[in-house]
Design a protein around this ligand. Structure first.
Ligand code: GDP
Length: 528
């Protein structure tokens, strides 16, 4: 087998999806510990503040080094290379999450055993659905009293519409938690707070009749377990690889992330069964990861990752071929060749120059404003990967500058931060206003904070009479010129130089659409 093929097959690229507080950060940390990627728990903590409040977000910014490099975490485990792509927790950053989900091959869903399926989980599952992403499920916080495991599986099945195949089963819960039973390995793993870090550090019984087990967990727990297993093994399907890969069945694990309990069972199963890089669709054909020529797409852009260097980094998922430092790639949107010598790779706590990368890996390209989200890079073939979503802003504010002399810096900051895709920046044709569009209201606070911190610009955002934006196109140039002239009051240029109709009201937009049937009004900027 070629090195390229070997390396491709051992990649596992995934993201964790969950409702805030279910335990994603804690689980991430434990997974990194297993991978030897971090020495001490706590390293991932800084970034979770983002979703709680702006003030927390600001504190988080001070720890930027930690927070942002951990957006892609790579670690080896059991001969496999695991790439864990972080997703922001706050709903105001959900577009970012959706795009990250286009760059993974599978997902891990974390559910709080007391809360069950929550609203954000439902939304994120819908996104996974669109691409039939295979999903494993971890039901967390077993050390607390929660809902009955059977009820939880029922809820996942009925609310999320995916069949559950329990792989581990809890023995008790909360104060009565004794351990879990592994249905596939036929093993009982005893819950021992402060231990359970590795197999060696755990008490494991082979089978339910193993000597000593009954004494260990007691009659009542044993009876309950046998009863539940009988029920579950009768009613629930057993794990089926094909069903899992098709996104129709989810293997389910129970545990307690904070106690490190049940996590290794999950990780072992994950690296064995989760898919290696899968084919990706382009406008013309599917690209197979086994193909020798490099291809990849950009799913995320981050400005000022390293404040000392003021760099902007585009995150590219490799879809086929091998990346080698110094190679030439073509950006298929523009047809331009670029030579990449210093792409970055991301470890949990460091980033370094990457020499080689394989399908499933994510590399960071230095961006000087020429790369946009959704861009495809190849070794020459002009294909475009599809399915990277663009979002229409729903909230609009005008930037107000405290110091008018900082106008240039403000423009630059708004333009660069908007490359990240969470906000969009519009300059009306007829005024000197700078208007920012966003999907979530927290974005304005974040941008104001970052303008100050990263661009030394003091700006606030105030209401503006813009209700919605539409990217306008017309094949007839004369008509377009006429449209432009008649509607100059409501037209603006976006960060990429595209013409946008910014409507003061929905009625106004409707009238404009009726009056100009030749003009197309698109919800989002169209990718070439
Ligand atoms: P996230 O918002 O999904 O990233 O959740 P966190 O990992 O930050 O966890 C939210 C809260 O739940 C934190 O206070 C954690 O310490 C706590 N937590 C996480 N895992 C467990 C667990 O297994 N048991 C208990 N009791 N608490 C947990």
């Amino acid at each position: 087998m070629s090195i390229h093929l070997q390396e491709t097959r051992r990649r596992r690229t995934f993201a964790i999806v969950s409702h805030p507080d279910a335990g994603k950060t804690t689980l991430t940390e434990k997974l990194l510990l297993f991978g030897g990627a971090i020495q001490m728990a706590g390293s991932v903590k800084g970034r979770k503040a983002a979703r709680h409040a702006t003030s927390d977000w600001m504190a988080l910014e001070k720890e930027r080094g930690i927070s942002v490099t951990s957006s892609v975490m790579q670690f080896p485990y059991e001969g496999k290379i695991v790439n864990l792509l972080d997703t922001p927790g706050h709903a105001d950053f959900s577009e970012d999450t959706y795009r990250v989900l286009t760059a993974v091959d599978s997902a891990l869903m974390v559910i709080d055993c007391a809360k069950g399926v929550e609203e954000r989980t439902i939304k994120l599952m819908e996104v996974c659905r669109l691409r039939d992403t295979p999903i494993m499920t971890f039901i967390n916080k077993l050390d607390r009293e929660g809902r009955s495991p059977i009820e939880l599986l029922d809820e996942v099945e009925s609310v999320l519409g995916i069949a559950c195949a329990p792989v581990t089963w809890p023995i008790g819960m909360g104060k009565r938690l004794k351990g879990v039973y592994h249905l596939v390995l036929d093993e009982v793993h005893i819950f021992e707070p402060g231990k359970n870090f590795t197999r060696q550090d755990s008490t494991i019984f082979k089978g339910l009749d193993a000597p000593g087990l009954l004494e260990k967990i007691g009659d009542e727990a044993m009876r309950e377990l046998r009863e539940e297993l009988e029920l579950v093994q009768g009613a629930a399907p057993s794990f089926e690889m094909d069903e899992y890969l098709a996104g129709k069945q989810t293997p389910v694990f129970f545990g307690s992330a904070v106690n490190n309990f049940g996590v290794q069972l999950l990780l072992d199963f994950f690296v064995e069964h989760a898919p290696s890089p899968r084919p990706r669709g382009t406008l013309s054909r599917d690209v197979q990861p086994e193909e020798e020529k490099l291809s990849g797409f950009v799913f995320k852009i981050q400005a000022n990752m390293d404040p000392a260097h003021r760099d902007r980094v585009a995150f590219m998922r490799v879809c086929s071929g091998t990346y080698n430092a110094g190679m030439k790639m073509v950006q298929t949107r523009t047809g331009k060749d670029i030579r990449i010598a210093n792409a970055l790779t991301f470890m949990a706590s460091d980033r370094e120059i990457v020499e080689t990368a394989y399908p499933g890996d994510v590399i960071g390209l230095h961006n000087h404003g020429t790369i946009t989200i959704g861009d495809t890079f190849t070794e020459g073939e002009l294909v475009n990967f599809t399915g990277i979503p663009n979002f229409a802003p729903e909230l609009f504010r005008r930037a107000r500058l405290r110091d008018p002399l900082k106008m240039k810096a403000l423009q630059k900051g708004l333009a660069q931060l908007s490359e990240e895709g969470a906000t969009q920046f519009f300059r009306p044709l007829m005024s000197n206003d700078l208007i920012l569009g966003a999907v979530g209201v927290l974005q304005f606070d974040v941008v104001a904070y970052r303008l100050k911190d990263e661009y030394n610009v003091d700006a606030t955002f105030e209401p503006v009479t813009v209700t919605t934006a539409r990217w306008v196109h017309c094949d007839d140039e004369k008509k377009m010129a006429e449209f432009r002239e008649k509607n100059a009051m409501n037209l603006a240029i976006d960060g990429a130089g595209e013409l946008v109709y910014i409507a003061p009201t929905r009625v106004n937009l409707q009238l404009a659409q009726e009056r100009w049937p030749q003009v197309r009004f698109a919800n989002t900027r169209e990718h070439a």
